[in-house]
Design a protein around this ligand. Structure first.
Ligand code: SF4
Ligand code: SF4
Length: 100
């Protein structure tokens, strides 16, 4: 059963934003790494505070090149690469205990 961690979004500093995503799939189609899970599943989990589900996809989070090709065609202007960067910062501080 999914466990909600209310403090998870706070830990992302409030800058994480995927509320406008309409799950159109255009970002997936343009991603050179085929990181299909990012905006349509993983970001949604992050917004719901489902930290365990997000942390289970650490590989996908680090697979992203931060190239922003996906953002070019995003009709909702979702800051995909910045969201990924914020998730990496959270992983670095909670898993690897790095103060960045
Ligand atoms: S292209 Fe933008 S609106 Fe469409 S699924 Fe990706 S992040 Fe969401
Ligand atoms: S920023 Fe990441 S998710 Fe977006 S196209 Fe590049 S590799 Fe794919």
């Amino acid at each position: 059963m999914a466990r909600v961690t209310p403090a998870f979004l706070d830990a992302l500093d409030g800058d994480f934003d995927a509320t406008a995503c309409m799950s159109c799939g255009l970002c997936t189609a343009s991603c050179p790494m085929d990181v299909a899970i990012l905006p349509r599943a993983l970001f949604r989990h992050a917004m719901l505070g489902l930290e365990d589900e997000v942390m289970a996809e650490t590989d996908a989070i680090y697979q992203c090149l931060l190239c922003r090709l996906c953002e070019v065609g995003c009709p909702a202007g979702v800051p995909i690469a910045e969201n990924v960067r914020l998730l990496r910062r959270h992983i670095s501080s909670t898993v690897y205990r790095l103060g960045i």
